[in-house]
Design a binder for this molecule. Structure first.
Ligand code: CU
Ligand code: ZN
Length: 174
């Protein structure tokens, strides 16, 4: 009887330790604050959560003109230039052409457009494949985010002809 009781205690302790460990390591997450570039007023916030092999992104932004705005992860997490050009080109670790994330070849940083309502507010939740919040070449931690003045045509190389950079942010791990 004593042996069984000790075994039970060890088993319960092990379960407690394992479940405690699971609650202490949640899915990796990151965030970005979108700051207006010089002369613009678009601003917002973005959150990222790792879900298996993909990253879920949720963005809320205001201060846009109504309609579609190109939205991408850019190579550099550098918003120091007044026009946002310091963020470099689209994040493209696999050397692909620019395109729509749901149709054929595209940059890893290409995303669905932001659609602003009549008040200039936009929100978007989307699943990003081919990127990670972990380590390695596909990691988007420390990269830039850019919201553009115009719609992304998903065809023009390598920018989608999305026009000026209205807001810029840096993806930081939480
Ligand atoms: Cu862009
Ligand atoms: Zn692109």
């Amino acid at each position: 009887m004593r042996h069984i009781a000790i075994t039970t205690i060890i088993t319960m302790t092990t379960i407690t330790l394992l479940s405690g460990c699971a609650t202490m390591s949640p899915a990796p997450s990151a965030e970005a604050t979108l700051i207006p570039t010089s002369g613009n007023k678009a601003s917002g916030s973005v959150t990222f959560t790792q879900q298996g092999e993909s990253v879920m992104l949720t963005v809320k932004i205001s201060g846009l003109t109504p309609g579609a705005h190109g939205f991408h992860i850019h190579d550099k997490g550098d918003c120091s230039a007044p026009d946002g050009t310091s963020a470099g080109g689209h994040f493209n670790p696999t050397a692909k052409p620019h395109g729509h994330p749901d149709r054929g070849d595209h940059h890893a940083g290409d995303m669905p457009a932001l659609e602003a309502d009549a008040s200039g507010n936009a929100s978007l939740s989307t699943q990003l494949r081919g990127v990670t919040l972990g380590e390695g070449a596909n990691s988007i931690v420390g990269r830039g985010l850019i919201v553009h003045a115009a719609a992304d045509d998903y065809t023009t190389q390598p920018t989608g002809n999305s026009g000026a950079r209205l807001a810029c942010g840096v993806i930081v791990k939480r």
